[in-house]
Design a protein around this ligand. Structure first.
Ligand code: IMP
Ligand code: MG
Length: 185
């Protein structure tokens, strides 16, 4: 395959824009206001689940006005392509204690629900003052464990999506919008 074919192949996988940059930004401004109202000046700790939520985290943290610290955790559930392995592994834990903190988990997407179900259990056992989950995207039709976010910005159908932090085989995270991935191209 030559260079041109590679570039065409890469672009053909972006089927259509599902959620535009503008729609994402408007929803995040609303979420920021909702967070400010809930915590009412109390300091929070935003915990982003890497890698997918890194872009969302960067925007959410700039949309809130309460005192805010950030931390990262890495969990892997998708090992290759578009299929989940069903196994969730925490591959990088928090670098700090969360006892008595108001923790807000920032996630890119809830699909089967396994990742967050496991992460929430682990973090709750560490005695935070409170724990809430905010997700950019939610695919409720795909749930295998009963899990609901406290705030979900967009509900989407059962499609594999890329962009705004979400990948397919580690590519497309840098797209500024959410797109449907073309599994046929
Ligand atoms: P869950 O444990 O099945 O809820 O999966 C959550 C993780 O799977 C997310 O944090 C994503 O990293 C990944 N994932 C689920 N659906 C998609 C998708 O449509 N595109 C890209 N990654 C996805
Ligand atoms: Mg993720």
């Amino acid at each position: 395959m030559n260079q041109n074919e590679l570039i065409t192949g890469y672009k053909n996988k972006i089927k259509r824009v599902l959620i535009s940059q503008e729609e994402i930004q408007a929803a995040i401004q609303k979420a920021g206001k909702a967070i400010d109202e809930i915590y009412d000046g109390r300091p929070i700790l935003l915990v982003s689940i890497l890698k997918g939520a890194f872009v969302f985290m960067a925007d959410v943290c700039r949309a809130v006005n309460v005192p805010c610290e950030i931390a990262f955790m890495c969990a892997k559930s998708y090992y290759a392509g578009t299929q989940s392995s069903g196994v969730v592994k925490i591959t990088m834990d928090l670098d700090r204690d969360i006892t008595d903190c108001h923790v807000v988990i920032i996630e890119d997407i809830i699909d089967t629900g396994r990742t967050l179900n496991d992460i929430v259990k682990v973090l709750k056992s560490r005695n935070p003052a409170s724990l809430r989950v905010i997700t950019l995207l939610d695919k409720p039709s795909r749930r295998v464990v009963d899990f609901k976010a406290d705030l979900s910005l967009f509900t989407i159908p059962d499609l594999f999506v890329i962009g705004y932090g979400l990948d397919c085989g580690e590519l497309y995270r840098n797209l500024p919008y959410i797109a449907e991935y073309n599994t046929d191209a």
